[in-house]
Design a protein around this ligand. Structure first.
Ligand code: NAD
Length: 409
């Protein structure tokens, strides 16, 4: 399963439905620029290790490229291209004036010391210094990158250009140009949309059972928001294993356990379950918040949840999408469900470039004002075309992207 093939199939499906201009399809079927670099890092033991780094600048019709940097052993060019393409769609979905980009490094960051990680982060920004910048291309955190890594990158870039230039990356720590509400933004945006879907279906949060795959920035904060809102979070997963408790987990305690023990797998009183069992659980809401290609033709049929909230990017393959649609499962697609992250990244960038910082209330209000209209536009398109929400989201985004592309031709 290739994430980029999946992304192009999603594009093709929506483009066909709205008879999208062929030139626009062609422009969106390949990235504008692909950059690769060998990143040399002097390790703590004195040896030299070379890591493969990428930056894909997919489309800039609506503004500077925007998108995270992933540090993961399975990163490859096609994955980065897919993620960059989805960023272009996502920014158009929430109507922010940014294009799509993404970066990555093939590395297992868990095997690096803090100083090795810092060297890698600084080397990444040095290697891509000519193509990134506050007006050109603004990276952010993604899987296994975090505010500390963003701070090293912003600092390195500022030194390179000889002036404070914090708007070069977003997702920074609050003390170093970060925005209030950025850490929780991805989950918060998904939470707002889920609440809308729940309301629309006349469901009661307190009666809903949830399973969440991934317990990092997106997954753990979503778990906490749902727990606080009365949902019963009965199953959790991270890279080390999956756990289940029919009565629901106390998420505050699980977060504390993960902080101290580095995994949720050993959480006391939890039953360990397999991946197959996880995806076949009798639940109401499933939240993939880890990696791509988790819901496939092999497990889509087993899914009991009525709603899927894709906090992860690309967790569902096109074949699985068809099965879920047939089974009347409502899939809130990644390009909408996790768009809160890039939305508040955009707010952070606005604050950095205007030197005017917002309160948490302002950030939250502005986030809602982007997320809810996006949900309404997409629901409306889904109804109008009698299609799934992903294709509807693509239709909304492609219309905006096409206008920006055509106006320059
Ligand atoms: P993170 O590094 O904070 O957390 C990743 C989590 O996934 C960890 O808990 C890890 O243990 C788990 N994981 C990794 N492999 C797994 C596997 N095979 N099975 C189960 N769990 C596994 O990353 P994140 O920022 O939370 O990103 C998660 C997803 O959300 C990614 O798809 C990312 O692209 C997407 N996303 C994140 C943001 C953001 O702002 N952080 C924004 C939009 C989308």
């Amino acid at each position: 399963m290739n994430a980029y093939d999946n992304a192009l199939r999603q594009l093709e499906k929506a483009a066909k439905l709205i008879k999208l201009d062929k030139e626009v399809v062609a422009r969106l079927s390949a990235p504008e620029k692909v950059a690769m670099a060998s990143l040399p890092v002097k390790m703590d033991d004195g040896s030299l290790q070379i890591f493969q780094g990428y930056r894909v600048q997919y489309n800039s019709a609506r503004g500077p490229y925007k998108g995270g940097i992933r540090f993961h052993p399975q990163v490859d060019l096609d994955e980065v291209k897919a993620l960059a393409f989805w960023m272009a769609i996502k920014c158009a979905v929430v109507d922010i004036p940014m294009g799509g980009g993404k970066g990555g490094v093939v590395v297992n960051p868990k095997s690096l010391s803090q100083s090795e990680l810092e060297k890698l982060a600084r080397t990444w920004i040095r290697s891509f210094r000519d193509i990134v910048g506050p007006e050109k291309d603004i990276p952010a955190p993604d899987v296994y990158t975090n505010p500390q890594i963003m701070a090293w990158m912003a600092d390195e870039y500022s030194q390179l250009v000889g002036k404070p230039s914090l708007g070069v990356v977003t997702g920074k720590p609050l003390e170093f140009g970060g925005s209030k509400g950025r850490e929780s933004a991805t989950a918060m945006g998904g939470f707002y949309i889920l609440q809308e879907a729940v309301k629309e279906q006349n469901l009661e949060p307190k009666k809903l059972k949830v399973a969440i795959q991934g317990f990092g920035n997106a997954g753990s904060i979503m778990a906490k928001l749902l727990y606080d809102a009365g949902y019963k979070v009965v199953a959790l997963a991270d890279s080390k294993g999956m756990i289940y408790n029919s009565r629901g987990f106390n998420i505050d305690k699980v977060i504390e356990h993960k902080r101290t023990k580095k995994s949720i797998r050993t959480f006391p009183g939890a039953k360990k379950i397999t991946t197959e069992e996880f995806f076949a659980l009798k639940i109401d809401v499933l939240v993939p918040a880890a990696l791509e290609n988790q819901i496939t033709k092999d497990n889509a049929e087993d899914i009991q949840a009525g709603i899927i909230v894709e906090l992860a990017n690309g967790p569902t393959t096109p074949e699985a999408d068809d099965i879920l649609y047939e089974n009347k499962v409502v899939v809130i697609p990644d390009v909408l469900a996790n768009a809160g992250g890039v939305t508040v990244s955009y707010f952070e960038w606005l604050q950095n470039t205007s030197h005017n910082y917002w309160s948490e209330e302002e950030v939250d209000k502005e986030l809602r004002e982007r997320m809810i209209p996006a949900w309404q536009a997409i629901s409306q398109a889904a109804e109008e075309y009698k299609i799934d929400l992903r294709t509807a989201a693509f239709i909304v985004a492609l219309d905006r992207l096409a206008k920006a592309i055509k106006i320059k031709n």
